[in-house]
Design a protein around this ligand. Structure first.
Ligand SMILES: [Fe+2]
Ligand SMILES: [Fe+2]
Length: 174
């Protein structure tokens, strides 16, 4: 099974370096993860939910949790593609490539689990691979997309208002 290599594959276009990609056992949603474009932020909050549910799943809930992750990814990635298309995002290929690899890994484990050929340890390994992959992807690719969409919609970089009321403008990536 190839799922453990997902984060390495994700970096195959060497020019992309995530700003922050600490190894972490867990993902916790917080306002620090907001990128400033609501449809993407909502998808990311849901990603954290379904992936953490997968991480904590049991033998009895594994199949439902896997299906929830697959369903979520299809809509999450469709939302980002829709915004790329709508706004003429110039760097689609690399970003969509990465989505496809992640989706392939999830669909592979889901299909195997459905016929009893993937066990709980495979499912947990997939969850950990998703936890490892997400911060770098969100920090680099999704934040670039959010900045682009905001520039197109409002003529400026996203302004993120965090709960502590500090206003931060993410560095322009484009
Ligand atoms: Fe995303
Ligand atoms: Fe993305």
């Amino acid at each position: 099974m190839e799922t453990h290599t997902m984060s390495q594959q994700a970096g195959h276009h060497g020019q992309h370096r995530p700003r922050v990609a600490p190894h972490t056992e867990t993902l916790e949603w917080s306002s620090a993860m907001l990128l400033g474009h609501a449809p993407i932020d909502e998808a990311h909050e849901e990603f954290v939910d379904v992936v953490m549910a997968l991480r904590e799943c049991t033998q009895h809930t594994a199949l439902a949790c896997l299906q929830a992750v697959e369903t979520h990814l299809l809509s999450h990635f469709a939302v980002e593609l829709e915004w790329m298309t709508k706004t003429g995002f110039p760097a689609m290929e690399c970003h969509l490539d990465e989505h496809q690899k992640v989706l392939d890994a999830v669909q592979q484990v889901n299909a195997l689990a459905a016929v009893g050929e993937a066990g709980l340890s495979d499912v947990r390994r997939l969850a950990q691979a998703l936890i490892d992959w997400f911060p770098g992807h969100a920090d680099y690719m999704d934040s670039a997309l959010s900045a682009w969409v905001n520039k197109k919609l409002h003529g400026g970089a996203p302004v993120v208002v965090r709960r502590d009321l500090k206003i931060e403008t993410p560095a322009a990536v484009l």
